[in-house]
Design a protein around this ligand. Structure first.
Ligand code: TPP
Ligand code: MG
Length: 437
């Protein structure tokens, strides 16, 4: 009745009044229902939680969820620990995993060096995290939509993004799908269902939740996967994405790469509590922690999460424990904040590539000779793509002004004219012959 008094004068139509009346009658009925509860049951009736009453004052310990175990399939020597967990992938599939992981490594090496030589402006390597990329990418359906952070080039490589496209993007040449408008490593591919990377941390997380909600409504058996670092998980956007996807029951896999650092900030300065997986239950999400350096563990966890996310319409959280072996980016020198011994441990003793190689060698699937010729061949393939990218012209500068508005707006047109006037005036600084006409 109260709401009629407040709102009544503002609504003129009879329909509106009817709606308001109905709402008021309903709330009155709920009130009556609540009053009939038997208070001797002494069960809390709050709509926000299901629980019991207690008469002892006790705070919940933050370590109520602590030491979440790390699921793995292989030990560090590549032996399968529990045969029931062996995904039993064919030799061909495993060789493909290995070739993609090592190819990513080789591409990283060449593009990193290329930045050091001043040929490209910036680069970020994926060293040490190859298992998280390939294991998860292989467990998805090619139609599943991927939202990445920036250190997931292996996912794109697994999906078949050609080396020429990686190089074109980093060189911002005329073949770049992004028309040279982004910083290096900001890849994207509509054909491969890989949403273009954007630098501001965690923006992809609520976007992925929205996309997963759309996918659910389309009912096409698609899933969405959203990659992010443990550092990005501290952003407010991570909360928004986790909560929306849980409440809207979206087929979404949150894949956290916990690589120990957010640039120079180690995990023990980033959060309290048991890492990122411990947050899952807080959002009502099924969660698991896996050994990210075990490509089979990543594969199994992602495959099962993907299957259930689609079948049951609910989000999953995977925390893949790994280590960022490279510097954060070419703008970082990690020797300022971590020891060489620490890096060497992960590089030499717990590396996803060597673990998979041990597995293949034990089965007689890979020899020293195979390794030598593959290294040579893959380096040659990467070098050839690199040389092609470097020779290619830059995109037509006119493309700076297109694609935002269907028709050029006057202010943009003014900027365009001003650019060309400037270029004409200072011709000697603008080698237009290096750009497409
Ligand atoms: C909103 C925002 N804040 C800060 C930065 C600067 N920044 C770029 S990467 C990064 C660390 C991210 O760490 P993590 O999410 O763990 O990913 P990793 O680099 O370890 O793969 C920071 C702070 C940014 N890009 N965006
Ligand atoms: Mg990190």
């Amino acid at each position: 009745m109260l709401c009629l008094l407040f709102l009544g004068p503002f609504f003129a139509t009879a329909t509106m009044r009817l709606l308001i009346n109905n709402a008021c009658i309903q709330s009155f009925q709920v009130l009556q229902l609540q009053q009939t509860f038997d208070s001797s049951l002494e069960k809390p009736q709050f709509p926000g939680a299901s629980a019991e009453f207690v008469d002892q004052l006790e705070f919940i310990q933050p370590n109520v969820i602590s030491g979440i175990p790390v699921y793995r399939v292989m030990d560090r020597q590549g032996n399968i620990i529990n045969p029931s967990q062996d995904p039993q992938l064919s030799k061909e599939t495993v060789l493909n995993f290995y070739q993609k992981m090592t190819m990513l490594n080789t591409m990283d090496r060449i593009l990193y060096e290329s930045q050091r030589q001043g040929r490209i402006s910036f680069y970020m390597t994926n060293y040490g995290e190859e298992g998280t990329h390939i294991g998860s990418a292989a467990a998805l359906d090619p139609n599943d939509l991927v939202f990445g952070q920036y250190r997931e080039a292996g996912v794109l490589m697994y999906r078949g993004f050609p080396l020429d496209h990686f190089m074109a993007q980093c060189y911002a040449n005329a073949d770049d799908l992004g028309k040279g408008r982004q910083m290096p490593v900001h890849y994207g591919s509509k054909d491969l269902n890989f949403v273009t990377i954007s630098s501001p941390l965690a923006t992809q997380i609520p976007q992925a939740a929205g996309a997963a909600y759309a996918v659910k409504r389309e009912n096409t058996n698609r899933a969405v996967i959203c990659y992010f670092g443990e550092g990005a998980a501290s952003e407010g956007d991570a909360h928004a994405g986790f909560n929306f996807s849980a409440t809207l029951e979206c087929p979404l896999i949150f894949f956290c790469r916990n690589n120990g650092y957010a640039i120079s900030t180690p995990t023990n300065e980033q959060y309290r509590g048991d890492g990122i997986a411990a947050r899952g239950p807080g959002y009502g999400m099924l969660s698991i922690r896996v050994d990210g350096n075990d490509v089979f563990a990543v594969y199994n966890a992602t495959k099962e999460a993907r299957r259930r996310a689609v079948a049951e319409n609910q989000p999953f959280l995977i925390e893949a424990m790994t280590y960022r072996i490279g510097h954060h980016s070419t703008s970082d020198d990690s020797s300022a904040y971590r020891s060489v011994d620490e890096v060497n441990y992960w590089d030499k003793q717990d590396h996803p590539i060597s673990r998979l190689r041990h597995y293949m060698t034990a089965r007689g699937w890979w020899s020293e000779d195979d390794e030598r010729s593959w290294r040579k061949q893959s380096r040659k393939t990467v070098m050839e793509a690199f040389e092609r990218a470097e020779r290619r012209l830059k995109p037509n500068p006119e493309l700076l002004f297109t694609d935002v508005y269907q028709e050029m707006i006057p202010s943009l047109n003014k900027q365009r004219e001003s650019l060309w006037r400037h270029v004409q005036q200072y011709k000697e600084n603008y080698p237009l012959d290096l750009y497409e006409k």
